[in-house]
Design a protein around this ligand. Structure first.
Ligand SMILES: C[S@@+](CC[C@H](N)C(=O)[O-])C[C@H]1O[C@@H](n2cnc3c(N)ncnc32)[C@H](O)[C@@H]1O
Length: 408
């Protein structure tokens, strides 16, 4: 039999995540990275003109989650876009193609191949690469190739595995590797199920409530526990990979999770931690919280000017991202608090009850300037009040700036 790269062999046998194209009739899966609102906020300062053409690469697009989300939302917006799907697994591509066909989406160019060839297909205004780079034989070559494929004013959204929230995963992978790595994928899944069935309660994987993919599908079990190449990144390692590729961090998806002061109050500790740089603080925070299974981050070419939106201008349009403004406003009005739940941890922040009516008016279409005028306050007073809401909601990816819904 001809040699097949074990990662390709895996994704031919078990396209991941498992998806049924028939379900496109009933729901659209939205996620991160690569929602247009996030792309706008992190890469285009919240000011992208969505009537202008956009070239997008979905690198290692798999069964199509980010691809279908982007293609459908851009289509619905009437945004002119060419989306290139690239994956080395033909079985995954067939599923992604069937999902696109089920929706009648025509804005996708499907390609089978290695993402190291991305520069030949570029330049791209945006690149999605979710859950892929940590599986490459040389992940840095993947970062480098994607960076090279970017337009100078473009950016990318990346998800890589993170070690500390995946406690027990790598020990389980090592055990299974020792006893079944030469077997066919289906036989490996059988061995994996047998081991899971008998894991002692003291085992680190048994005690990790954050990982559950193995319970849903065989593809999930294979991806989590039987992967032949799976090298997670700490936050500082991810920043280093960006830097080596000529990129810089635009922002972590949920920046508050990467700041130790989100979890700590002791002034002596905070004083010492305050002397660390951004990467070292992020590395401290992920060890402290121990609940990050992945890192989701946006990056831009290092030479680019600041790309992340800020609540600085009256023309900025705030969006409550995947959040019901009225429900959020009601909870602030009644409790005077904001509550964020992230991977087994609940974090609360105080919120001024008087700001609840302002929250309720955020509809993703109305600019800060229009909201200020409605409030009757001058710009300085308004932006000080808005800033108090913005800090915690930005920290957990809830308040973003984007023109994506403007005029719709
Ligand atoms: C874990 S899946 C993620 C799929 C998709 N990005 C998502 O988030 O749902 C990883 C995908 O990366 C693809 N892949 C891995 N290495 C690749 C490479 N060097 N070039 C292109 N695709 C690759 C695999 O075939 C697989 O479909």
């Amino acid at each position: 039999m001809r040699f097949m790269d074990p990662v390709k062999r895996q994704y031919e046998a078990y396209p991941y995540p498992a998806r049924d194209p028939a379900e496109e009739a009933t729901r659209l899966i939205e996620g991160s990275p690569s929602h247009p609102v996030e792309i706008d906020h992190f890469i285009f300062s919240g000011k992208r003109d969505w009537t202008q053409p956009m070239r997008v690469l979905v690198a290692g697009g798999g069964t199509g989650d980010a691809l279908i989300m982007l293609a459908q939302l851009l289509h619905d917006r009437g945004a002119p876009a060419e989306i290139v799907y690239l994956d080395m697994s033909t079985a995954s591509r067939e599923i992604a193609e069937a999902r696109a066909a089920a929706r009648g989406l025509k804005n996708i160019d499907f390609r089978t191949g290695d993402l190291l060839t991305a520069p030949e297909l570029g330049p791209f205004d945006y690149i999605d690469c979710c859950g892929v780079l940590h599986h490459l034989p040389t992940p840095q070559a993947g970062f480098d190739a994607l960076a090279e494929a970017l337009a100078p004013e473009g950016g990318m959204g990346v998800m890589v595995y993170a070690p500390f929230g995946r406690a027990g995963v790598y020990e389980a992978q090592a055990m299974l590797h020792a006893i079944c790595s030469d077997d066919a994928p289906e036989a490996q899944v059988d061995v994996g199920k047998r081991l899971l069935h008998e894991l002692p309660p003291s085992n680190a994987f048994s005690r990790n409530p954050l990982v559950g993919d193995h319970k849903d599908t065989d593809a999930g079990l294979y991806d989590l526990l039987l992967h032949s190449r799976d090298a997670p990144y700490t936050a500082p390692e991810l920043l280093k990979a960006f830097e080596t590729a000529g990129l810089r961090l635009a922002g972590f998806l949920e920046p508050a999770r990467y700041e130790p002061q989100t979890y700590l109050r002791d002034p002596e500790l905070l004083k010492r931690i305050g002397q660390l740089d951004v990467g070292a603080r992020a590395g401290f925070a992920e060890k402290l919280a121990s609940n990050m299974k992945v890192h989701i981050a946006y990056a831009v070419p290092a030479a680019r000017a600041k790309s992340v939106a800020a609540p600085a201008s009256p023309s900025a349009v705030p969006v409550l991202h995947r959040t019901d403004a009225k429900a959020l406003a009601q909870s602030v009005a009644s409790r005077g608090r904001l509550r964020f739940s992230v991977d087994g941890l609940t974090i609360e922040r105080g919120a001024d009850r008087k700001l609840a009516p302002l929250l309720a008016q955020i509809d993703g279409k109305t600019s800060l300037g229009a909201l200020q005028q409605r409030s009757g306050a001058d710009w300085m007073t308004f932006s000080a009040a808005f800033g108090k809401l913005y800090a915690p909601l930005d920290g957990f990816n809830i308040l973003r700036f984007s023109r994506f819904y403007e005029g719709r």
